[in-house]
Ligand binder design. Sequence first.
Ligand SMILES: *Cc1c(COP(=O)(O)O)cnc(C)c1O
Length: 496
Amino acid sequence: MSEEPENRNTSSDDAKGSGAADTFRISALEKIARGLEPAPDARARIAGEALDYIDRFIESLPSSKAYIDADCPDLRSLKADGGIVQFPRLLEMLRSELNRAGINGSSGANFAYIQSGGIWTSAIADMLAAATNRYAGVYFSSPGAVIIENQMIRWMSSVVGYPSTAHGNLSSGGSIANLIAIQTARDTFGIRPKNVEKIAVYMTEHAHHCIHKALHTTGLDDAVRRTIPMNSHYQMEIDALRRAMAADKKKGIRPFLVVASAGTTDAGAIDPLNEIADLCTEHEAWFHVDAAYGGFFALLDGMKEKFRGIERSDSVVMDPHKSLFLPFGIGAVLFRNAGALLASNTHSAAYMQDVYGNDEISPADSGPELTKHFRGLRMWLPLHLHGPEVFKANLEEKALLSRYFQEQIAKLGFETGPEPELSISLFRYPSNNRDEFNRRLLDSIRDDGRVFFSSTTIGGEFWIRCCILSFRSHQREVDLALKVIGEKMQLLKREI
Ligand SMILES: *Cc1c(COP(=O)(O)O)cnc(C)c1O
């Protein structure tokens, strides 16, 4: 192609000004900037090394500790700043420091808190989501991403028995999911600063602490908070709730919100959902169920009765990063009536004017986030790849293992809590100085590290908790736990 002389003149004029300098600088910068897109051979090498690292990590899990004291390795290279580091060296830092301190969230011998393992196929989905980087906040930007997320929301809605008018939001976890529920309940009831002192919220002492954080964040600190007593199974006492709601009404305080749990974090208890639904209907209160831990157990036919009434709630939280075994970073909130959710969360902005008017509800209109991780894919891909039966088998296995654990630990002479409703049980050794003995027992199990447990305090008394939820926890891991607990208990008894 020939160029017009005029063009040549223009460019030679520019060469005298800042234009040429800019052109030169732009081209120099481009050479550096392109470093963010590794060439195919570099991509293949890095991906190969990363997958290799992950394979070795997974293969080592059966012989790895579930807990390593955070002070054990010195984490020196993680604390050092700066400098370019080669990829193999970065992996080595992760292997020797990151993955060698603290709680092993992937271990099947981890029975502390609520830990579900983090399935590998979900990690692959995360990589696909990040590498293709679809903007999952609005339908206009990625119809496919929104269809995938909404399909997951509809599936979960069917698990809890909600009608087709339901909708929800995929959040980063249960805390934010509960926050969205409480914000939506607040807005539906038209609660403003001027009437906040005239409304009441009901829950037991075992409601998750994120509910209190959510009440704080939503400006409901000054609402009346009623702590409803629990029965010997750590479930909400329905008569006490009935009395509290009626008494408040008499005093001119409006029963606003009942927060029930379907699987408390402390004891795995399920509140009497159907009876609570009756009272909420009678008093026109919002019925919220926090099933962050327990939610997916509702997939099991044998568990349906325990969850009866959940379908009558106004909102439910369930965490796929708990009872669906996904890696940390995905919770969900569902609403029986999509309208309430949208009314509380849909806002518009001038610069978003071209994105409206679609059939599918966009995540940006059903929660506080705009730009978000495309977290639907990490749930959609494993569900399609493995099918729901594998998940159900895992859940039933964990529930049965939990009963087995409780029977066996009782045979070792331990006192136990109520029969596990889902997969959390409580135990302690009935020695003299009981709390002190059990605290020391827990410490010695931690120091050993082959298995890991956490504790809680109920009614001022110390209990060790056993939560069997990792998809990698099978008979072998539970038997190992029983063995380690038995050994440590005997040693401690000899010491005392
Ligand atoms: C874990 C949990 C939460 C909090 O969820 P995150 O995902 O940790 O934010 C809330 N409620 C219950 C019952 C839980 O078990």
